[in-house]
Design a protein around this ligand. Structure first.
Ligand SMILES: *Cc1c(COP(=O)(O)O)cnc(C)c1O
Length: 731
């Protein structure tokens, strides 16, 4: 096949290996010799296993100040740590023992053989495709929920020893970093990701050459190299077009995550889907299942069809589709049509040549029809979700409600008269990786009372309940209070700014010593600034809100975080208004906005707040996962009954806002939800939180916390989620 000439590839490969200095990335070696007894630090830093298995302390203790400065990036830390510091640590027997104990634990963990299950075997693993992966904040290759979910999927697949390989893209500039200007306006900054500062290894062939694939784009052949990130036992390959052999424009294909125009997106998705399959083949993978996590990777189905037709020249496209469907499963994450990628046919034509379309034995019209809900409607663009639904044997939403909503949304693709329940879209509810999201202090308590493998007990709901019920209330409460103190210290550290401009804004203070009080009820609200998340619902009745904040005996304080899309002026306006509220109230001391919401900020927030609030517009929260993270730390969800919370809420493990089913009048719904929000806060949450027994313990509150820990941790862990995928979808 011309598209894939090995000769051309080899020429390019040698060209690449000859010109490393032309890459934006420079090679570097650690400029120092590591003490023999600390050599293991190097090994540990290369696998993200450290980030969830208790390795964080090892790096922090090496040099706490530098660790924060390097934004918890071990590779950067080891690159920059002073030699004298290394030698000081190497003479600290406790530290050395800790490092080597962890290295041994990691070696044992990595040494285990993957466990086959059904058609997912070592020879034929599952291949997991996603446009973003949020493994750890030191690999800034994600924008939000989808990426974090993908990262958690890999970690649970690793812990459960599932044979799985993952494919994504490496974005040179990642997603933007948020900075709020003095006037409260959001600004975006992009930084270069240097592979020499990330735990990424270039994927090399047998002769020491870089493994490259190519995809034809806009009439040119674009090359991509692969980087390997090791996520426990799972290999995550990230494709990257930033190679000297590509022209300047093509080098930037994998430049920004969700930053480009429509054409850039098509091209990125070609690299991810088609390039991803080619890359796996180059490495001799023969996956039994291709998991399309969201529609971005759906072009992979075309590549599988092309492969089939190449191997079976007599076959028809329909036969190829039957073969492809058998291999592919699809997860949709969007509950609204506008949230799905749909490409104008004209733009699509620029990215797929007629030759290519012919190689699939299709006419252009037949090709375009693959991406339309109504194949005959020439006005429709090319949607990635219709393509994925046609080409996968299984499709699922990410919560029970979202399954139902997705069936409604795509009903029109099925014969007239099809009922909702007959649309072949099921659901697997999202979950989060417990060892990543549960605070170390709480993990210590679990280790003490349940054992070192507490996260295995977690896989059995009843055993978990029995074990957690045995933990004394005071221990849970004290751990929570310490985590809240830590959160407040973090908030003060993050918002302390020397030059705060002329306005008071809740994201910057010249003195943070009076900011927040660990004794006060603390509510967290952190999420994307998107209209459906209804950031302004809380502000509906500002006076009523400020009465809660200013209450002399039982005040409430709020911590906010979240990014607005760079082009979303309305969102930015909303953030600016929030920043500037100043009504002679305590708002400026009892509300904060922490800039640049990422995994690190999320960790502090979900681990330290008393209450995690979420007020999405129904039914637009496909699942939501941040509330699950908070629940695992004993935070009480205070949320609209939507997404995962419909399944999680049982009346005693958190709080609900508004009704389950509502009408169509959006203004009326907003009004009623706001009313419910204030009244639950005033009548239930505030009184419950501040009612303490003679020992000073809020026993009712702790009961609710324990209910949350007991009921929600197992059900919404990504171990449960990955096992569901394995047993119900991949099988
Ligand atoms: C968990 C997480 C999300 C997703 O949370 P939602 O509940 O879906 O809003 C987004 N961003 C970060 C940094 C997270 O950790």
């Amino acid at each position: 096949m011309k598209e894939f000439s090995t000769e051309a590839l080899e020429t390019m490969q040698s060209a690449v290996s000859l010109q490393p200095e032309q890459s934006f990335r420079a090679n570097f070696d650690y400029p120092k010799k590591f003490p023999d007894n600390l050599q293991a630090l190097e090994t540990i830093a290369w696998n993200y296993y450290w980030s969830w298995a208790g390795g964080t302390d090892i790096f922090r203790e090496l040099d706490p100040t530098l660790w924060e400065k390097c934004e918890q990036n071990p590779r950067l830390l080891l690159k920059n740590v002073e030699e004298i510091r290394l030698w000081q640590r190497s003479l600290d027997a406790d530290y050395v023992a800790k490092v080597n104990r962890f290295a041994l634990k990691m070696e044992r963990y990595l040494g285990q053989e993957p466990q086959p299950s059904g058609r997912v075997t070592n020879e034929n693993p599952a291949a997991y495709f996603c446009a973003e992966f949020g493994v750890h904040n030191s690999l800034p290759n994600y924008s939000g929920g989808l990426g974090i979910l993908a990262g958690d999927h890999l970690k649970s697949a690793s812990d459960l020893n599932v044979p799985l390989v993952a494919i994504g893209l490496l974005y040179r500039y990642g997603y933007f970093r948020q900075k709020i200007a003095h006037d409260g306006w959001q600004e975006e900054r992009y930084y270069d990701n240097f592979d020499t500062e990330l735990a990424l290894k270039p994927v090399m062939g047998e002769r020491g050459e870089r493994v490259l694939i190519s995809v034809k784009i806009r009439g040119r052949r674009v090359f991509a190299q692969g980087w390997l990130a090791e996520v426990g036992r799972i290999k995550l390959y990230l494709l990257d077009t930033n190679l000297p052999v590509n022209n300047e424009v093509d080098r930037l294909i994998t430049g920004h995550l969700y930053g480009g125009d429509t054409e850039t997106r098509i091209v990125q998705e070609k690299i991810l889907g088609m390039g991803g399959v080619r890359f796996l083949r180059k490495l001799n993978y023969a996956p039994s299942v291709f998991h399309l996590n969201e529609g971005h990777s759906a072009f992979l189905t075309l590549e599988l069809a092309r492969e089939y037709l190449e191997a079976n020249p007599e076959a028809t496209f329909e036969e190829a589709v039957a073969n492809v469907r058998e291999q592919c499963v699809f997860t949709t994450h969007t509950p609204v049509e506008a949230g799905n990628d749909v490409f104008p046919i004209g733009t699509l034509c620029g990215c797929f040549s007629t030759d290519y379309i012919e190689s699939l034995k299709l006419t252009p019209e037949q090709f375009f029809a693959l991406g339309r809900t109504n194949p005959d409607d020439e006005n429709e663009g090319f949607g990635m979700t219709p393509l994925a639904l046609r080409m996968a044997r299984s499709a699922n939403g990410v919560s029970e409600k979202h399954g139902e909503v997705s069936r409604d949304l795509w009903l029109k693709m099925f014969p007239e008269g099809t009922k909702n329940e007959d649309v072949p879209i099921t659901h697997i509810t999202n979950g989060v990786h417990a060892p990543t999201w549960i605070a170390p202090t709480l993990k210590d308590i679990y280790e003490k009372h349940i054992g070192e493998n507490w996260f295995e007990t977690l896989r059995d709901g009843e055993a978990w309940r029995a074990a957690v019920e045995r933990i004394p209330d005071a221990e849970i409460w004290n751990a929570h209070c310490r985590l809240k103190e830590l959160l407040i210290a973090f908030i003060r550290y993050k918002t302390l700014v020397h030059d705060t401009g002329s306005h008071n804004t809740i994201n910057e203070h010249s003195d943070t010593r009076q900011l927040f009080d660990p004794k006060l009820l603390t509510i967290g609200f952190a999420r994307r600034v998107a209209a459906y998340k209804r950031w302004n619902l809380l502000m509906t009745d500002l006076e009523r809100l400020l009465r809660l904040v200013d209450n002399s005996e039982h005040p409430v304080q709020f911590v906010f975080a979240g990014k607005a899309h760079p082009q979303d002026r309305v969102g930015k306006q909303l953030l600016q208004n929030l920043m500037r509220i100043n009504h002679n109230s305590n708002w400026q001391n009892r509300a904060v906005f922490v800039e640049d919401y990422d995994q690190e900020v999320a960790r502090y927030l979900v681990q330290g707040v008393d209450v995690w609030m979420n007020v999405p517009r129904r039914p637009l929260e496909a699942s939501g996962t941040s509330g699950q993270k908070s629940a695992m730390n004993g935070g009480l969800n205070f949320s609209i009954l939507d997404g995962w919370w419909i399944e999680g809420y049982n009346g005693t493990n958190g709080f609900s806002i508004g009704e389950l089913n509502v009408g169509d009048d959006q203004a009326e719904i907003d009004f009623e939800d706001a009313e419910s929000l204030y009244s639950v806060l005033e009548k239930e949450i505030v009184p419950d939180y501040y009612t303490k027994n003679e020992d000073g313990l809020p026993v009712n509150w702790i009961r609710r916390m324990k209910n949350a820990l007991v009921t929600l941790t197992p059900q919404f862990s990504s171990d449960r989620m990955v096992r569901d995928y394995l047993e119900k979808i991949y099988c």
